[in-house]
Design a protein around this ligand. Structure first.
Ligand SMILES: *Cc1c(COP(=O)(O)O)cnc(C)c1O
Length: 453
């Protein structure tokens, strides 16, 4: 008999929730993040079977082992086979070292993996209950476009996305503003922090309760679980046998991608070590060294822009997985097991100049184009190998999280070539845009929501 997995808050002051409640709520009522209270552990034999499953089959198998009867394997199989229709290239570099490219989804960022499944799971629960929700989310670019594309056209869900007027690229904007339908996009005359403040104010406004506002940001457990699947996938395709351990290098900002990887390892995936690679927002690598945590405010603008995070929201989850407790302000109440963390993670960081040099060197050595986030991961892997010579012979996989064409200007200035836009992005470039411009003013947003829905 299966026992249902429940979800506990990292702040330990909220009642355990079902998957459905954790998914639709996002944040726990005590301000903490939901984590499953138990995880399935796949045996070596089960893991060896993964090599003959397609990505959608593997995703359904792994996620239903966590969500159990709440979603059911058949339903998940249906959903996964309709959303995961794109490839996951595992590009060989040299020795047993690879790049896993998670950039083939509809918005050419790894966030597609999670946003697509989260949208469909939300719809699954809402339809059964005949309810509607409104997703309200602030974006500095990539999350908004992934969420907008993933939720576009779903029943029972409306989407409102706020973005800062001068802080997203033209292409990022077009990926959100050319959708229409149930997706409304609002340009705010302010900064990303202002957008986030407006969203938070709306969540706390009792006069908006009837609109069932919900968030889709990376704190949602529904964004996390799908991000463990591609670790299993890469290993199942590249490992020579089930004893074969591997090293993943993960370019990190809010640390949701890494948290997905740690979940995979806890579920039995034989990971030797994770390389945590950040840009100059290096609060986590510094924490690993000094055991003191200092958020970086404001965050530093680097060319790997999706990692410009000075206080990663998923850090509380990682600390919880190592027996510690950190609240939403970043205060650590119980230290995690730092020895275990140092055993499992090699943490390092790179400046923009080092990132550019990596892109240049990688291109001249291997003839392949990395984008800034993937370059940070590759640089991190090289450093970890240099410091741990045994890794040279191991299966090592650096995660590329976006398509180089999303960073055309940067790539052009470094390599003097123009990466070709993938089909999905080409389409957004040419279509008609529709968005609203609002002042950085809560009342204006509130009026918009009330009038529109
Ligand atoms: C969001 C994002 C990251 C960082 O992922 P986290 O899960 O926040 O650590 C890295 N690269 C790209 C391209 C992203 O969009």
């Amino acid at each position: 008999m299966k026992t249902a997995t429940l979800y506990n808050s990292t702040n330990l002051k909220a009642p355990p929730a079902s998957f459905r409640d954790a998914l639709l709520k996002g944040l726990a009522p005590d301000g903490g993040l939901y984590m499953p209270d138990r995880l399935p552990v796949f045996s070596r034999r089960k893991l060896s079977e993964f090599s003959s499953l397609s990505y959608p089959e593997m995703a359904a198998e792994i996620i239903s082992a966590i969500t159990g009867d709440e979603t059911g394997t058949d339903e998940l199989r249906k959903i996964c086979s309709s959303i995961y229709t794109f490839g996951i290239p595992l590009e060989h570099v040299q020795d047993k070292h690879y790049i896993m490219r998670l950039d083939q989804g509809p918005t050419a960022s790894f966030k597609d993996f999670a946003a697509l499944l989260m949208g469909r799971l939300m719809q699954f629960f809402l339809k059964k209950e005949n309810r509607n929700i409104t997703i309200l989310t602030a974006t500095s670019g990539d999350t908004g476009s992934a969420v907008a594309n993933a939720f576009h056209g779903l029943d029972s869900i409306n989407v409102i996305i706020l973005y800062p007027a001068n802080e997203v690229s033209e292409l990022q904007r077009k990926q959100m503003t050319t959708l229409g339908g149930n997706v409304s996009v609002i340009e705010i005359d302010g900064k990303f922090d202002d957008c986030q403040r407006l969203v938070k104010t709306a969540f706390m406004d009792p006069s908006l309760t009837k609109f069932n506002l919900s968030s889709a940001n990376s704190i949602n457990i529904g964004r996390l679980l799908p991000q463990s699947v591609y670790y299993f996938y890469a290993w199942s395709r590249l490992a020579e046998n089930t004893e074969n351990t591997c090293i993943f290098s993960v370019p990190s900002g809010n640390f949701g991608n890494l948290a997905g990887g740690i979940l995979a390892a806890r579920m039995g995936l034989p990971v030797e070590r994770f390389v945590i690679a950040t840009n100059e927002n290096n609060e986590v690598p510094l924490f690993m060294q000094s055991e003191e945590y200092h958020p970086i405010t404001p965050s530093i603008n680097c060319i790997s822009s999706a990692m410009n995070v000075g206080h990663p929201s998923n850090l509380a989850r990682i600390i919880a997985m190592y027996g510690g407790r950190m609240d939403e302000k970043g205060i650590i109440h119980t230290m995690p097991d730092m020895n275990a963390m140092r055993r499992d993670f090699y943490a390092t960081f790179f400046s923009d100049n080092e990132t550019r040099k990596t892109i240049r060197d990688f291109y001249s050595k291997y003839g392949m184009v990395l984008e800034p986030h993937g370059a940070v991961a590759w640089a991190g892997l090289q450093e970890a190998i240099a410091n741990n010579p045994a890794y040279q012979e191991k299966l090592c996989i650096a995660v590329e999280t976006a398509h180089p064409a999303k960073f055309r200007d940067e790539i052009k200035s470094i390599l003097n070539i123009e990466p070709e836009l993938p089909e999905a992005l080409r389409k957004a470039e040419s279509e008609r845009e529709e968005f609203l411009s609002l002042d950085n003013d809560y009342d204006a947003l509130r009026r918009f929501i009330i009038q529109k829905y």
